[in-house]
Design a protein around this ligand. Structure first.
Ligand code: SF4
Length: 464
């Protein structure tokens, strides 16, 4: 778009961002326009303690409603993406379209088997149709037992049970989120934010794994033998590679990756999320953060718009190998694991969490929060980012986001998103302004987990 508008005739979002400054109250979550009695503004010193909206809401309540609204809108995007894919699978199975086809029958049978679908008499098309219908049923369920959620470790499932945030149906959780974010329904900030976690489990573990599996079934990607060359530090479209790693079909297998993490050769895993922020030099911040992370032996897995980091000269596949620390260099030459893995779009995060879950099991850890990892973005800006961050946090992976917290104006909500979630889930959100601080926070967090999980300290490997 920027290249297309070289004459500046159209104007880009970056141009408009320079002219239009953010509203100071809105950017801290201190202005409520949930109903038309307001907007009510919670400003001035002591606003949290002294100001009430016309409906009686506190700053914590309106701020938590806004967080939930944004996060649920992002979840709705992921859910609709998965629904479209399930409908594509259905039309392909019924032979109603030439646009979509099933190219990976093996994967379809694996999924059908996990759903107890298929018998001797059933045609393969009928099996595919039943799988698509089972997927579509996940949206309208109201009692729980969602497909994909069971891929989380037992201990994580027990945490969700204890907190009473086990999701019931994808559409139900999104509807409940809109309900709890409305005026006159819920006046408990912690309860309102619990719904953000519940919708994140539904859309992350259920619609996320659904979308990933259907893409494999339709595209046949998981069958692609994608091995990096020993000189290539970046692998694009690594979703097939991750799938094969989980199935133990690569020399860079799950076992090797888990061993390299346990031994400290690979210090940890950092997952890069979200898109460009028109107010910042986001690409430069991405390049800086990814460079520093792989230099310090942290494997980077990125999705969506972040794929363009591979086009930057400073992070070309060959350059990535040169920059990478000795541990990552060794991982590439011995096990074929490149320092940077790029997934094809930002709805691929279910694959990453499935991988972290499998690493936890392989390393005999009881939960994802024991795996040295974090999710980050240099500049978050959308509801999808808050949805993804909530999905990682509820799964036990700290979300370290660049930029201001959408709830910066409320001490109550800040405490819930950071300290309370950390205590309940083993992970929460951190918001930091500078890319350097984000990198430091990721490394500190990963080293703390290594210490708590009694893994070999990373620095002792470097001293060898
Ligand atoms: S929901 Fe309450 S705080 Fe928000 S605008 Fe309406 S009256 Fe004001």
């Amino acid at each position: 778009m920027v290249n297309y508008d070289l004459n500046g005739d159209i104007g880009t979002c970056s141009d408009r961002a320079k002219k239009l400054k953010p509203c100071p109250a809105g950017s801290e979550g201190t202005c409520c326009r949930t109903c038309y009695v307001g907007p009510c503004r919670f400003i001035g010193s002591g606003a949290e303690e002294n100001v009430r909206g016309v409906c009686g809401s506190t700053l914590g309540v309106i701020s938590s409603r806004q967080f939930l609204s944004m996060s649920a809108s992002g979840s709705a995007i992921y859910a609709n993406h998965a629904r479209e894919l399930a409908l594509n699978l259905l039309t392909a199975a019924r032979g109603e379209t030439k646009e979509h086809a099933i190219n990976n029958w093996h994967k379809l049978y694996v999924i059908a088997n996990s759903m107890d679908i298929g018998s001797g008499e059933m045609s393969k098309e009928k099996i595919a149709e039943e799988v698509a219908l089972r997927y579509l049923e996940q949206f309208s369920r109201f009692k729980g037992g969602l497909i994909g959620v069971e891929r989380a470790p037992q201990k994580r499932l027990a945490i969700w049970d204890r907190l009473e945030i086990m999701p019931r149906g994808i559409d139900r959780e999104i509807t409940e989120a809109i309900y709890h974010a409305s005026v006159g329904i819920d006046y408990d900030a912690e309860g309102i934010l619990r719904q953000a976690l519940q919708v994140a489990i539904a859309t992350g573990w259920c619609s996320g794994t659904m979308a990933a599996d259907i893409k494999d079934i339709m595209s046949g990607h998981a069958e692609v033998e994608a091995m990096p060359s020993p000189t290539s530090g970046t692998m694009r479209f690594a979703h097939g590679y991750l799938e094969q790693m989980l199935r133990g079909r690569h020399s860079g297998s799950l076992g090797s990756l888990s061993k390299l993490i346990s031994s400290g050769e690979i210090r940890g895993i950092a997952c890069l999320v979200d898109c460009y922020h028109p107010r910042y030099e986001t690409l430069a911040a991405h390049e800086f953060a990814v460079t520093e992370l792989i230099r310090n032996d942290i494997l980077v897995i990125a999705g969506g718009c972040n794929n363009s980091i591979a086009d930057s000269a400073s992070l070309s596949p060959r350059r990535a190998v040169e920059i990478a620390g000795n541990g990552l260099k060794n991982a590439l030459s011995v096990s074929g694991i490149p320092p940077i893995l790029l997934l094809d779009n930002c709805s691929e995060h279910a694959r990453i969490l499935t991988l972290l879950s499998a690493i936890a099991e392989e390393c005999k850890m009881d939960d994802i929060c024991r795996v040295p990892s974090a999710v980050f973005t240099p500049h978050w800006f959308s509801g999808t980012a808050l949805s993804i961050g909530s999905f990682y946090a509820v799964s036990g992976v700290q979300a370290i986001f660049g930029g201001k917290s959408p709830a910066a104006g409320s001490k109550e909500v800040t405490t819930i998103l950071t300290e309370k979630w950390e205590k309940q889930l083993g992970a929460g959100f951190s918001f930091l302004e500078e890319a350097g601080d984000i990198v430091e926070a990721i490394m500190d967090h990963i080293d703390d987990i290594r210490n708590e999980s009694q893994l070999t300290p990373y620095y002792s490997v470097q001293l060898k």
